[in-house]
Design a protein around this ligand. Structure first.
Ligand SMILES: CC(C)(COP(=O)(O)OP(=O)(O)OC[C@H]1O[C@@H](n2cnc3c(N)ncnc32)[C@H](O)[C@@H]1OP(=O)(O)O)[C@@H](O)C(=O)NCCC(=O)NCCS
Length: 155
């Protein structure tokens, strides 16, 4: 892929429908937590997108937990653009913003553990980050049978 046509940037409000389209497909497959359109709009300042030739093809979001701890979430790349380095670029963009904010630890809850391992994350016990359980997991239908891997990286 010619990276000069690729832009990884903060999302704008107008990107919300595209973010919704990308994440909804994976949510239907049970790979990601569903985010409603309202929820995406409310959180638009926490989103980044990858735009290729004017089309939004990937997204990810950050969530702050403490002054030192944040999460990367809602990472998704359209199927036909997978395995071209877009996911990595989105995570790197999010990490650089977190670093600027003084965050020193970032974590993810994911089914794509191999991808995150490749980009420097290591597995941790879920209990390590109890805040996440309180904020999202209580609403998850899988609560007692969570199949996601918790992973983290020091920034
Ligand atoms: C996870 C996801 C975002 C990865 O995006 P991507 O653009 O395909 O990833 P990249 O091309 O940047 O891959 C980076 C590295 O991870 C590897 N990788 C990517 N997906 C992988 C997978 N499923 N299994 C093993 N390795 C994988 C790539 O080969 C690459 O390795 P390399 O640098 O050694 O060549 C994408 O597969 C996706 O949208 N999945 C569905 C949604 C999801 O699971 N999101 C995570 C929620 S937290």
């Amino acid at each position: 892929m010619q990276h000069h046509e690729l832009d990884v940037r903060y999302a704008r409000l107008a990107d919300a429908p595209a973010i919704s389209a990308i994440t909804a497909e994976y949510a239907r497959q049970g790979i990601m937590l569903e985010r409603t359109d309202d929820n995406i709009v409310e959180n638009i300042r926490n989103f980044f997108v990858a735009e290729y030739n004017g089309e939004v093809i990937g997204c990810c979001a950050i969530a702050f937990y403490t002054l030192k701890l944040a999460e990367i979430r809602s990472l998704a790349v359209f199927n036909r653009y997978k395995k071209k380095g877009i996911g990595r670029l989105l995570v790197e963009k999010a990490e650089s913003v977190l670093r600027e904010e003084g965050v020193s630890e970032v974590f993810v809850l994911t089914l794509s553990d191999e991808f995150f391992r490749r980009i420097g994350y290591r597995e941790i016990q879920k209990e390590y980050f109890p805040q996440k359980i309180w904020r999202d997991c209580t609403h998850c239908p899988k609560l007692m049978a969570c199949d996601e891997t918790a992973m983290m990286k020091k920034l």
